[in-house]
Write a protein that binds this ligand. Structure first.
Ligand code: BTN
Length: 249
């Protein structure tokens, strides 16, 4: 059975879930909080986490694949969130590699997966899948600097969904996608993920960690989940980390 924790306030649900995982917390168990004081996103960016309006949660995942394949979880979780959102607002959800959840062209959520190769042979390797989703935020509650880029389920005309309900339903989608990944294979996940991909065929710019700039057409994720960008010379670049932005049309 799941061992969940429901909190009023926490620094980051990912950190709390990690503590629970270290103590043997079972696969699929989660932490959900009404508010985060140090919520974080990819590339150590702060994650806007006001009280009571959004979903902030982290699930303990104990995959039965080699540790080297754990990074694929970000796309597996993205597909799960897309299925979840698509049930609420059919035809509106998009995915931007690697971890952005969009409604239209605006971001309404993100995924932060953190993998841990545990020293303890009983707990083995595990991952924490952290998900932040803007549910009940009104437009005027978004910070000024996010208004052009961010949105919420409510702003886009979706139902008034309570974070706790979202936490439980989302878990069902997440565990189902993880099962499919392990039983059917990553290719199957990728094909479905690609049907939500908002980048494919569009002009994208990748700024590498060494601040080099690569511009080209996004070909979508390759068979291992890394994004492939083809530049004007026909050279294909695999995005390993850093930021990818889309040219606005
Ligand atoms: C991103 O888009 O960069 C990822 C955002 C992930 C935010 C969630 S909120 C719940 C969990 N706890 C955190 O500190 N981060 C994730």
């Amino acid at each position: 059975m799941f061992q969940d924790e429901y909190l009023r306030i926490i620094d980051s649900t990912n950190d709390r879930a990690r503590e629970l995982a270290e103590k043997g917390g079972p696969h699929g168990s989660g932490v959900v909080a009404e508010q985060q004081t140090a919520g974080r996103g990819r590339l150590k960016r702060p994650w806007f986490s006001p009280a009571g309006k959004n979903l902030y949660c982290s699930y303990i995942i104990r995959p039965v694949v080699p540790f080297s394949e754990y990074p694929r979880l970000t796309l597996v979780a993205g597909l799960a969130v897309a299925h979840f959102m698509n049930d609420l607002l059919p035809g509106r959800v998009g995915l931007k590699w690697p971890n952005d959840i969009l409604l239209g062209e605006k971001k309404c959520g993100g995924i932060l997966c953190e993998s841990v190769l545990s020293q303890d042979r009983h707990t083995g390797g595990y991952a924490i899948v952290g998900i932040g989703l803007n549910l009940l935020l009104e437009r005027n509650e978004l910070p000024e600097e996010l208004r052009d880029r961010a949105t919420s389920l409510l702003i886009e005309g979706g139902p008034r969904l309570m974070p706790l309900d979202a936490f439980n339903v989302l878990r069902r989608h997440l565990l189902a996608c993880i099962d499919d990944w392990q039983k059917i294979g990553f290719q199957w996940i990728l094909e479905r993920w690609s049907s939500f991909d908002i980048m494919v065929g569009r002009q994208a710019t990748w700024v590498t960690q060494k601040r080099e700039v690569v511009t080209g057409v996004s070909l979508g994720p390759d068979s291992s989940g890394q994004l492939c960008i083809e530049d004007a010379q026909g050279t294909r670049h695999l995005v390993v980390s850093g930021d990818v932005t889309l040219a606005r049309e």
